[in-house]
Design a protein around this ligand. Structure first.
Ligand code: HDD
Length: 680
């Protein structure tokens, strides 16, 4: 292993092949003399079966595709590492959680759930947040989401839920969207989904960036320490940049303008060496306290409010390397929450238990047999030995005569390990009960936490949720289903259900909301950290600008880690009034206001002044309606005044701010959205 490479990186390096500058060969290593023409009898004659090169090339091509994931098909991944900042030795014997400063390589795959592989990044959906930790004791996979709960309580309902949310089977419409009849019919008839729907309708489901999402293990797991003492735990991942979202109109437009918006954002930030960081921690509940709460801790539709059970942060996740080949790594990675290490264990959460079956099963199909653990991205960094043999595409060559246990011919090796020797021993939980197909009564309260979530939202967050419901339910053709949804969500909030009813043309609900007045401030995004770092500003510019003014602003943006696009009529360079030159990297045609967190309106001169002014006005109008900060240079004021934007929150005008402008503008960029703005 080279010194500067982590063990996983060193392992992957052995499999990387660079074809640049090499001679072309067949897969058998035979040098190819002509790759343009198939072998024929005469230049215009029939192609010959003898042409092994043609057959090999086309056969390989014919077999290039594998089934996409049945859910989470659209994903994007990166390499990184985990660093332990606080030892968890007291609670778990997991080796990678013992020594402060120890580092563990990891691979993370973000995804949407519903859309197929080629769908857009910014759709309204849950985001998958799956991490493979390559620990010295084997792979530990944390296969979570960016929402802390789930649609259903029991895995047996997963196929139903997915069939309902996927495109409808008779016409395969709509793509990557929950806004259709079958999904809302499922919701209204499976009311355990209520809490999850509140999250799905919230801004959490339209993240600004993978770098600005929380991650959750969702289920209740266990930590088990060296002495075999266990605690219930939930994993939490918190982004260094805070949790930020798009607005719905913007998200839909980005889906057209740049369907790769999230992957591009992650890719570019890693390529530029920007910090992509998250903290990781756990909530812990003592075994004795299992029944202390007014929710069941085994129910995956419930959170443990952070105010009741604080998150104890123990480490840092840094993403620092893009994949070399998306198919080899991102597509072939096989995440499975059954990949576990000593010191971490499962619970009787019935959703979790069903998942333990599903992942391996689906991977056998998707990756073509049981040897996918040998694919480089899936290999553990520690050695692995057992008596499993053969199967399609077996890579390793297990030598020797013996492939069974117990044996004497190989000294009874490979041998098992006790708990003390690092063997995985399942937690010896005492269980008793009758064989039964039934839901526990403690799982039946579907609305209290849905209302807790609602209570925890700020006014703009509530408005966004209401609008999202109105959008989604408004797309449901069946008036009966629309009515059922309204009648269901009155349990969460009468005002919400009434607003939906009015907007989607059904009767106002009769029922009452559940009597929950508590809120959990940790659930609102308004309390999240805010930084200008890596946000993107579009500088809208023509010639004749004030060079010193623009230079000072752009320098301040750079100093604060803000990314800048210089946007104008055409690519090339432009000259300011004082001879300062700028190079444009985007035009009004090749980019869009929805792709920026903020605009800096410089204005200036252009060949077609009317069109130029109009293009900028359109950018301003759109950014303004999306509540974004806008900075206006001295040369941009006329255009700004002609736009529909109004001076007010988040509008920073150079002639008002004077020399403070760069810093005032940075402050506005940091704030990101100005919800108290009046929209025309
Ligand atoms: Fe799942 C993929 C997360 C419930 C069955 N799931 C998958 C991925 C994530 C999750 C992030 C993509 C992994 C990757 O990037 O490769 N799934 C969750 C969470 C759940 C959940 C957080 C609830 C807490 N899933 C769930 C249930 C079942 C499945 C209840 C089945 C009973 N999930 C699958 C699957 C997938 C999958 C069919 C599709 C592709 C794959 O596994 O490898 O097995």
């Amino acid at each position: 292993m080279e010194n500067n490479k982590n063990p996983k990186e060193a392992q992957l390096e052995q499999f990387r092949v660079n074809n640049y500058g090499k001679k072309m060969t067949t897969n058998q290593g035979l040098k190819v003399s002509d790759d343009e023409n198939s072998l024929k009898a005469g230049v215009r004659g029939p192609t010959l079966l003898e042409d092994f090169h043609l057959r090999e090339k086309i056969t390989h091509f014919d077999h290039e595709r594998i089934p996409e994931r049945v859910v989470h098909a659209r994903g994007f991944a990166a390499h990184g590492e985990f660093e332990l900042l606080k030892s968890m030795k007291e609670f778990t014997r997991a080796k990678f959680l013992q020594d402060v400063g120890s580092k563990t390589p990891l691979f993370i795959r973000f995804s949407t759930v519903v859309g197929s592989k080629g769908s857009a990044d910014t759709v309204r959906d849950v985001r998958g947040f799956a991490i493979k930790f390559y620990t010295e004791e084997g792979n530990f996979d944390l296969v979570g989401n960016n929402i802390p709960i789930f649609f259903i309580q029991d895995a047996i309902k997963f196929p139903d839920m997915v069939h309902a949310i996927k495109p409808e089977p008779h016409n395969e419409i709509p793509q990557a969207s929950s806004a259709h009849d079958t999904f809302w019919d499922f919701v209204a008839n499976n009311q355990e989904s209520a809490h999850m729907i509140m999250w799905l309708m919230s801004d959490r489901a339209i993240p600004r960036s993978f770098r600005m999402m929380q991650g959750f293990g969702v289920h209740t797991f266990r930590f088990v320490n060296e002495d075999g003492k266990a605690k219930f735990i939930k994993f939490h991942i918190k982004p260094f940049l805070g949790v930020h979202s798009l607005v719905w109109d913007e998200a839909q437009k980005i889906a057209g303008k740049d369907p790769d918006f999230h992957r591009r954002d992650l890719w570019e930030n890693i390529e530029h060496g920007n910090i992509v960081e998250y903290g990781i921690g756990v909530q812990m509940i003592d075994e004795e306290d299992e029944f202390m709460f007014d929710f069941d801790i085994l129910d995956a539709t419930k959170i443990w409010p952070e105010e009741l059970v604080p998150v104890q942060m123990f480490g840092k996740i840094t993403l620092n390397q893009n994949v070399s080949n998306v198919f080899a790594e991102t597509e072939q990675v096989a995440m499975h929450l059954g990949n576990i290490v000593p010191g971490i264990d499962f619970t009787n959460d019935p959703l979790l238990q069903g998942r333990l079956f599903s992942y391996l099963d689906t991977q056998l199909l998707r990756l073509g047999g049981p040897n996918f653990t040998e694919i480089p991205i899936n290999r553990p960094v520690c050695p692995f030995h057992n008596n499993q043999r053969d199967g399609f595409s077996r890579q390793r060559i297990d030598v020797g005569q013996v492939a069974y246990h117990k044996n004497s011919l190989a000294g009874n090796t490979p041998s098992t390990s006790s708990w003390k020797e690092g063997g995985y021993v399942h937690y010896a939980e005492k269980v008793e009960g009758r064989v039964i197909r039934e839901r526990s009564d403690s799982f039946l309260d579907h609305f209290s936490q849905a209302r807790l979530f609602w209570n925890s939202m700020t006014k703009p967050e509530k408005e966004h949720i209401t609008d999202a419901f109105i959008f989604e339910v408004g797309k449901v053709n069946s008036a009966d289903v629309r009515q059922q949804v309204v009648d269901m969500f009155v349990n969460v909030d009468v005002g919400l259900a009434t607003a939906i009813a009015d907007a989607v043309g059904v009767n106002r609900p009769n029922g009452q909301q559940v009597n929950v007045t508590a809120s959990s401030p940790a659930l609102s995004q308004s309390n999240t950290p805010k930084y200008p770092y890596t946000l993107r500003v579009g500088v809208l510019i023509g010639s004749g600008f004030n060079g010193n003014e623009v230079k000072a602003v752009v320098n301040t943006l750079f100093q604060n880690g803000v990314a800048v696009d210089i946007v104008g009529e055409q690519l090339g360079s432009l000259m300011g009034a004082d001879g300062v030159k700028v190079v444009l990297n985007k035009t009004f045609l090749t980019t869009s206001p929805v792709l920026y967190d903020s605009l800096y309106v410089v204005g200036g001169k252009a060949e077609n002044q009317a069109k130029f002014n109009n293009d900028i006005e359109e950018f301003i109008n759109e950014a303004y309606r999306h509540y974004k900060p806008i900075g206006v240079a001295s040369t941009g004021e006329t255009i700004f005044n002609n736009s529909k934007a109004k001076i007010g929150p988040g509008i920073v005008i150079a002639s008002n701010s004077g020399t403070d402008f760069p810093n005032d503008f940075i402050q506005a960029i940091t704030e990101q959205r100005f919800w108290d703005r009046t929209i025309y």
